[in-house]
Design a binder for this molecule. Sequence first.
Ligand code: AP5
Ligand code: MG
Length: 210
Amino acid sequence: MGAPGVGKGTQAKLLTEKLELPHISSGDLFRTNHREGTPLGLEIQRYMIEGLLVPENITISIVMEAVLSTRAKRGFILDGFPRTITQAEALDKALAEQKQSVNCTLNIEVPTDQLIKRLAGRLLCSTCQATYNTETQPPLRDKLCDLCNDPLYQRDDDSTAAVETRFQVYSNDSRPLLEYYGSQGKLINVDGTGTLIEVHQDLLRAIQSC
Ligand code: AP5
Ligand code: MG
């Protein structure tokens, strides 16, 4: 968990490689739906482009389908979901039916001024979705992916107006989840201001302590 740009996607990919657990990102699922050009994908994009939450019924059904289809006995890493108390309750209910539960919630913290800079400099690969940053993680060749040599692009919702809305939405709808998981003793806060590797090591230590 964490505000836009804290490094959820970047760190989830590193954890996925290290722990060999599936990575389920609600934002990535929605972007895939949009790329496929389905009517649902177009509806989702209307919300995303403005930085608003996708409606609960759409979000819960898409993410739960991904969660249940992984059938991962050792678990999985969720990134960007749950984002509201309603989603957290839906997740708890679906996991309980599988005799599973959330065992650890990692909340990455970075001051907002740094997040605004990170989002302004973020670049993504149009093919493999690898993430770069013009300041902190530049590609080897200008605007080309190191892994597949395909063009890099900026996310539509990294515009100034959408970023402002995303921060407001995070504050209003997602911050209450810190209390939800904190009161269950399942929340660990991690400083996200270090290098990618420093944050990764801190997250691994946090997971081991769960
Ligand atoms: P989503 O895609 O989840 O966006 P987000 O939460 O706003 O988070 P980001 O993906 O922007 O940031 P991140 O934390 O993953 O950071 P990253 O690793 O890329 O959601 C997008 C939209 O989909 C939402 O606005 C909403 O519309 C919809 N949606 C998604 N989930 C939903 C849900 N559950 N319910 C309803 N709607 C939902 O890193 C950012 C940049 O920083 C990169 O350039 C990276 O290289 C750099 N960076 C990372 N770590 C470091 C570091 N340690 N030091 C320096 N730079 C770093
Ligand atoms: Mg992300």
